[in-house]
Ligand binder design. Structure first.
Ligand code: NG1
Ligand code: ZN
Length: 548
């Protein structure tokens, strides 16, 4: 009773915008910030319910990532620190679009019953809240808080301005009984980074790549945090540009750099040859690049696929050091299953390269929620979207084995190659964010591996040569008219469109092309690949015409 009137009363303060339909999409709700108050309020309710249901801390992040500054959005972090379970997405869509407080209350009542959520008001539900640097963030965070507290017994804890991965990390930490503060996050990352730096081969430490890393902060939260964090990092020199003086994501950031393949604002030919990296607006994406000397603004792009390849190479090497000579005995050895997960946007050359390495490569639909889920099936699962979102997941079973054998190695053969390999893998599992893709932790791992290999960014980029590709977006009246299958590589609707696409692909040697509806924007995306840039461009634009 009391609960019902509290919900009705607070919902009345957040009427939904008229004539707008919102959907949870690839990564939570996103729209122009002015449309989002009621949605964010309602997702606050959902988060409180999720916390009651799971008996764990839940996270809410207010961000629109790489989208323009006027947009905003909200993502939910589940108890593990990962994305909200997909089972709850239909409910989130339904409540976001409920026309009035009464229909909202009805949806909630039905759902609470169906999910058997205890509602005595005695349990304590807690939601950690974070936001990026968008000016609309503060008001939206307040709306989310009001949603949370309209469930009796639920509280919202404001973690302030944080990166998306920091918030996910904090949720995971809290649910493991650890302290969830920014300083703990920085401490864990810097300690494991230091450990990996100390474990690099001696002969390499002298001729490695010691030049400064120049980072584009996308004028968002990531640049700010890195500027603060870099003081805690020894052995790595970082210069952060685009730290928030310019407009967020405008001509800057990982999305811009990866899609346009040009240098971001404040980078130019004077930086030619330097090792540079770019974060996105909420610092969950990372790409590297190097400005080419001759033509201004042209870059050599080192994208998520290549970060994935570098990580896979390093992990595979450590695993084979660990397993050396263990094959036949089989007593103490553990055949760790190493797998990599990509989407259809992965450059074909990267998939070939990973296959040649003998790795198991799995393809999933776009969206970290799908990649993460797949990667979690391996002992060590590495996933990356081409756009730079990804991480490495370690299974509990493998970590447990690794810790035990590391202890044994320390007592029997301290300083041996095997002991060092085990230390490195343990440090990687501490450094790389286990909750979600994290540009800051990914950046530190890239840096340490480059040092370990003694590689420059150019040497790294030479791992394989990207096939020329082109991405286009086509504005359509109804993007839901396109339905896909086989990890989005085939369009099954509208009927006949795939045949027409195939006919275009057939005109180009090594041509590959697919279309899919975006989950974050009102567009159909077209991706094409071929042996020359002209061919990739032509293939993309002829398929874009089919969609239009
Ligand atoms: P959509 O709009 O569904 O293509 C985009 C990215 C995803 C993912 C999400 C969430 C591409 C082609 N798509 O999704 O990979 O990062 O945004 O941010 O880059
Ligand atoms: Zn992002």
């Amino acid at each position: 009773e009391k609960q019902q009137s509290l919900l009705l009363e607070s919902a009345a303060r957040f009427p939904p915008p008229k004539g707008v339909r919102l959907s949870y999409g690839t990564a939570g709700f996103r729209a122009d910030a002015s449309l989002l108050e009621s949605t964010v309020f309602r997702v606050g309710i959902l988060a409180a319910l999720r916390s009651l249901k799971t008996g764990s801390v839940i996270g809410l992040m207010i961000t629109a990532s790489h989208n323009k500054v006027a947009d905003n959005g909200i993502k939910v972090a589940d108890p593990s620190g990962g994305m909200l379970t997909q089972d709850w997405e239909p409910f989130s869509d339904a409540i976001a679009n409920a026309p009035d407080p009464h229909s909202l209350l009805q949806l909630i009542t039905e759902f609470v019953k169906k999910e058997e959520i205890g509602f005595e008001g005695r349990q304590l539900a807690e939601v950690l809240l974070g936001r990026d640097t968008r000016p609309s963030g503060e008001a939206l965070l307040e709306a989310a808080k009001q949603g949370i507290t309209s469930i009796i017994g639920a509280i919202g804890t404001d973690m302030g301005v944080v990166t998306t991965p920091q918030l996910h990390w904090m949720v995971r930490a809290r649910n493991r009984g650890l302290e969830a503060s920014e300083s703990c996050y920085f401490h864990q990352l810097s300690t494991s980074f230091r450990c990996l730096m100390d474990l690099k081969p001696e002969e390499i430490s002298k001729n490695g790549n010691d030049a400064t890393l120049v980072v584009d902060g996308a004028d968002g939260v990531g640049g700010e945090k890195l500027e603060q964090f870099k003081k805690m990092l020894t052995g790595l020199c970082i210069e952060v540009r685009n730290r928030g003086d310019g407009i967020l994501n405008e001509g800057v950031g990982a999305d811009y750099v990866q899609k346009e393949k040009v240098a971001p604002r404040s980078f130019g030919s004077a930086d030619a040859g330097l090792r540079c990296a770019s974060l996105d607006g909420d610092a969950d994406r990372l790409v590297y690049f190097s400005v080419l000397s001759k033509k201004n603004n042209n870059i050599e792009l080192v994208d998520g696929d290549k970060i994935l390849s570098l990580f896979a190479l390093f992990i595979k090497e450590q695993l084979s050091i660990l397993n050396e000579g263990e094959g036949k005995k089989g007593n103490d050895s553990y055949q760790a299953r190493l797998g990599v997960v990509q989407t259809a946007y992965a450059n074909g050359a990267s998939t070939d390269y990973l296959n040649e390495m003998g790795l198991e490569v799995v393809l999933t639909p776009t969206g970290v929620k799908y990649l993460h889920e797949k990667a979690a099936e391996f002992d060590i699962g590495i996933y990356f979207e081409a756009n730079g979102h990804g991480t490495i997941l370690f299974s509990e079973a493998f970590l447990c084995w690794l810790e035990t054998s590391h202890k044994t190695l320390l007592s029997t053969s301290e300083g041996s190659a095997k002991q060092k390999a085990a230390s490195r893998l343990l440090a990687v599992s501490q450094l790389i964010n286990q909750a979600v893709g994290d540009a800051l932790s990914g950046l530190l791992l890239v840096e340490v591996i480059l040092k370990y290999m003694g590689w420059s960014i150019h040497r790294w980029n030479e791992l394989y040569h990207d096939l020329p590709s082109r991405q286009l977006k086509v504005k359509v009246v109804d993007r839901t008219a396109v339905l896909t299958a086989n990890a989005e590589t085939v369009a099954v609707q509208p009927i006949g469109i795939q045949e027409a696409i195939n006919a275009e692909i057939a005109k180009y040697p090594r041509g590959r092309c697919f279309i899919r509806p975006s989950g974050t924007e009102d567009v159909i995306r077209v991706y094409a690949e071929a042996t020359s840039q002209d061919a990739a461009d032509a293939l993309a634009s002829s398929v874009a015409k089919l969609v239009d």
